[in-house]
Ligand binder design. Structure first.
Ligand SMILES: [Zn+2]
Length: 247
């Protein structure tokens, strides 16, 4: 198996209206759902003519009433393996999460932070695309219905057979060995689907082929917030391993 890994650093802007890109960082077409650590690339020598972006912390950040972004730490001075971000929309009875992150550490931290901030369990999970840093945490959303574009489900199903049975301890991904299962989405849609979560309209739109052939973005028209999956990158070069690059 191709062991090459690429690093991605990705940031989100604070405040409502931010574009929340859930950046991917997997390399090699067989690694979509394999996960594991992303080896950070050392930052370049500092040059005052080209200032580096700031570093940022792993945190659940409130963007609007009942809307949160879960950003993973990164930036020039941080070597965190966290590369993708997640979203959360909170309703009266449950919360809807966007993307499951890359393994037990970030998935469990996201779920715990969500519960602490909102008091709600995550009842639905929308996956923006099939890359491992977006689907490998699916197993930890134990009571959530998982949805995606059909292409995403097909690619996850292909990866199930090659997924290890145990998580290997990996910095930032898994603290200890524990059972590992790659859980495929159980609901698919081809074009658009809109949820009304409490008072929040959440439009899921198929925008592929772009970063993959199954990209879904979430747009909240009232709040003017976009969860772009890996269709948008911020402060990193777009990852285009199996992308349709003109889109
Ligand atoms: Zn990706």
């Amino acid at each position: 198996m191709n062991k090459q890994r690429l690093s991605r650093r990705e940031a989100i802007q604070a405040g409502a209206g931010a574009v929340v890109g859930a950046a991917a960082a997997l390399a090699g077409t067989r690694l979509y759902a394999q996960g594991g650590a992303v080896v950070p690339t050392p930052p370049p020598a500092r040059d005052p003519r080209y200032p580096l972006p700031p570093s940022w912390n792993r945190e659940l950040r409130r963007l609007a009433p009942n809307v949160y972004a879960y950003s993973q730490g990164g930036g020039p001075d941080m070597s965190g393996p966290g590369v993708s971000n997640a979203g959360l929309i909170v309703g009266a009875d449950y919360a809807l999460a966007i993307d499951a992150l890359q393994g037990p550490i970030p998935a469990k931290a996201f779920i715990a932070a969500s519960k602490q901030a909102t008091g709600k369990d995550i009842g639905r999970l929308m996956i923006t695309h099939h890359h491992g840093d977006h689907v490998n945490g699916n197993q930890f959303f134990t009571h959530a219905e998982i949805s995606s574009h059909p292409y995403c489900r097909e690619e996850v199903l292909k990866a199930v057979a090659n997924t290890p049975k145990m998580w290997a301890p990996t910095p930032g991904v898994a603290d200890a060995a524990e059972p590992r299962t790659l859980v495929p989405p159980t609901v698919t849609f081809k074009d658009d689907v809109t949820y009304y979560i409490g008072g929040t309209e959440v439009q899921f739109r198929f925008v592929g082929p772009a970063h993959t052939w199954g990209d879904v973005m979430a747009y909240l028209p009232k709040e003017k917030i976009l969860f772009a999956g890996d269709v948008a990158f911020f402060w990193v070069a777009p990852y285009a391993n199996n992308s349709y690059i003109t889109k």
